[in-house]
Design a protein around this ligand. Structure first.
Ligand SMILES: *[C@@H]1O[C@H](CO)[C@@H](O)[C@H](O)[C@H]1NC(C)=O
Ligand SMILES: *[C@@H]1O[C@H](CO)[C@@H](O)[C@H](O)[C@H]1NC(C)=O
Ligand SMILES: *[C@@H]1O[C@H](CO)[C@@H](O)[C@H](O)[C@H]1NC(C)=O
Ligand SMILES: *[C@@H]1O[C@H](CO)[C@@H](O)[C@H](O)[C@H]1NC(C)=O
Ligand SMILES: *[C@@H]1O[C@H](CO)[C@@H](O)[C@H](O)[C@H]1NC(C)=O
Ligand SMILES: *[C@@H]1O[C@H](CO)[C@@H](O)[C@H](O)[C@H]1NC(C)=O
Length: 503
């Protein structure tokens, strides 16, 4: 298209006035010069110089183009609109901007960095302003982060899971919940209430429910407490060992630290007070026959004053004796001494305090003592021990007496040599002698050979002493009775307690 006459005229005027160089001087307002946008070549037309191009178009690379920062609005070159400028069409806005609701804006997920629209940043990218960060992400501490209560699921910020909802990691869980066993829940030391985790409570704290209480504490009467028989060790309810481990014989279980100990009553010992130390109040003392003029005695081993009552079987008489720790033996009436057969011989002894009792047989100046088994521990089965008599005059001998009336006693003899005669009957080895004993009656039998191994079985408890009429141990003695009170077989054990003996 040829330039119009009008345009040519104007150019001539301009060239004449300012020479032949195209200099847009500051004094010249070029917009005035190109004020008619309808003459000259239009956009994209081939050109050789700017004069040929219409309006503000300039000739670039042989084509009419808008100069930098100008864009073609379909009619003319207009100044390009930047971020937030009012616009009608996206074409008016700077290249990366879009005309959105009347202003030039970046597209969604882009932000204006001052020059162009760039992609919004994602979680963990550094930032200076929340606008730089993508949807629901804010800039905090110089880093794009999801809002509180939201977490990045790899794609977007979504709401954190609440108590009881499933999870893969603790960042997915709201508040101070943690992901355990694939569920959001409070830590083990906390409980959930309404919308928050709270620290679990110690023993004796106020509570409304057991879940508020630590470990295995239970909420009872609004109080965190251990179950019965348990106690709080500071971390959990522990079984009170005393509820399981019981002390015997009236012993009291005491907890100290986390250990238990049985405090035994007087007369018992052992870690469960299972052993009696032999101290008691009631005894039956019998003797067997010994040499000539032997003297029967007792020694109550006590460490304080005691009243001793002695009831003699022979004459139904009581003797009352007050003993104190300075006393030694007490000589009994000789009516307690035995000979073969059935006799009212022996004594029942009662002390008002616990004592250990010893029986003694003084033979000339030689004494011999034995531990008197308290009546409580005597029983129904015995096995006779005895020394082999040195000669036929020495003799094995034993005596027994019943605790109750009408006690049937069976003696199964073990006789080394010969036979035993009693009540016009002869008993040989392996034969059985049966007796019925009344209370306060004793029975004795002796034999020229050893009776060791003879078994005695009674229907009710009996007491038994065994030894020799007297016996000889070469170089030591020739008239010793070797008397002992025999332990019932149910008292023969693998634990023995050395009994208390004064000084
Ligand atoms: C050119 O004219 C326009 C509009 O009339 C005006 O705003 C502008 O300041 C003028 N420029 C110069 C350099 O005189
Ligand atoms: C001019 O040419 C450019 C590229 O050659 C093209 O993008 C543009 O749309 C053209 N303009 C017009 C108004 O035809
Ligand atoms: C181009 O801009 C001019 C001046 O602002 C305006 O008068 C005209 O209508 C615009 N053309 C189009 C197609 O928008
Ligand atoms: C963000 O950084 C934290 C800490 O370095 C990291 O644990 C987390 O996995 C990161 N998140 C993402 C989406 O990369
Ligand atoms: C226990 O429950 C009562 C009544 O529902 C409430 O007033 C109180 O705050 C609760 N106490 C605790 C420690 O939760
Ligand atoms: C002897 O003492 C005992 C116990 O104190 C008593 O039961 C009994 O009756 C007394 N016997 C006589 C004969 O006094």
């Amino acid at each position: 298209m040829l330039p119009s006459c009008n345009m040519l005229l104007c150019l001539l005027v301009w060239v004449t006035a300012y020479g032949n160089t195209l200099t847009i001087s500051s004094t010249v307002n070029s917009t005035e010069f190109v004020s008619d946008p309808f003459t000259g070549l239009t956009i994209n037309s081939s050109c050789e110089n700017a004069y040929q191009c219409r309006g503000k178009l300039v000739c670039i690379d042989g084509q009419c183009k808008c100069s930098e920062n100008y864009i073609w609005n379909g009619t003319r070159c207009i100044e390009e609109k930047t971020f937030n400028s009012k616009c009608k069409l996206t074409t008016e806005c700077d290249t990366t901007l879009f005309c959105i609701y009347g202003t030039c804006q970046c597209a969604q997920m882009y932000y204006w960095n001052g020059h162009i629209c760039v992609s919004k940043k994602t979680v963990n990218d550094t930032c200076t302003n929340s606008k730089e960060c993508g949807g629901k992400i804010i800039c905090e501490d110089g880093v794009c982060q999801c809002l509180v209560d939201l977490f990045w699921n790899g794609n977007q910020c979504i709401f954190k899971n609440l108590n009881g909802q499933s999870c893969e990691s603790s960042v997915e869980c709201a508040e101070n919940l943690e992901c355990r066993e694939s569920f959001c829940q409070c830590s083990e030391s906390e409980y959930w209430k309404i919308s928050k985790c709270y620290k679990k409570k110690d023993e004796n704290s106020f509570c409304n429910s057991s879940i508020e209480c630590k470990a295995s504490l239970q909420c009872r009467n609004n109080n965190c407490i251990c179950c019965d028989k348990d106690y709080w060790n500071g971390q959990f309810c522990e079984r009170n060992i005393c509820a399981v481990e019981q002390c015997m014989n009236g012993g009291k279980c005491q907890i100290s630290g986390n250990r238990h100990k049985c405090e035994c009553v007087y007369g018992y010992l052992g870690d469960k007070c299972q052993y009696a130390d032999g101290r008691e109040k009631d005894f039956i003392v019998i003797f067997h026959q010994a040499h000539g003029s032997s003297s029967p005695r007792i020694l109550p081993a006590i460490n304080r004053k005691s009243e001793i009552n002695i009831f003699y079987y022979a004459n139904n008489k009581n003797a009352s004796v007050t003993l104190n720790s300075a006393d030694n033996t007490y000589t009994l009436d000789s009516n307690v001494l035995m000979t073969n057969g059935l006799h009212q011989a022996g004594a029942e002894i009662h002390s008002n305090v616990l004592i250990t009792l010893y029986g003694f047989l003084f033979v000339r100046s030689q004494s011999e003592g034995f531990f008197v088994i308290p009546t409580r521990f005597v029983s129904t089965e015995y096995l006779i021990p005895s020394f082999t008599p040195y000669s036929t005059t020495r003799r094995s001998v034993f005596s027994l007496s019943s605790v109750y009336s009408n006690t049937i006693v069976r003696i199964h003899f073990k006789i080394k040599d010969g036979t035993i005669e009693y009540d016009n009957m002869q008993y040989s080895n392996s034969q059985t002698l049966t007796l019925v004993l009344n209370k306060y009656t004793a029975f004795q039998i002796s034999h020229t050979s050893d009776l060791t191994g003879t078994r005695i079985i009674a229907s009710q408890p009996i007491v038994v002493v065994s030894g020799n009429l007297y016996n000889q141990v070469i170089g030591i003695a020739s008239i010793q009775p070797f008397i002992e009170m025999v332990l019932p077989t149910n008292q023969i054990d693998n634990v023995y307690v050395i009994p208390y003996l004064k000084n």
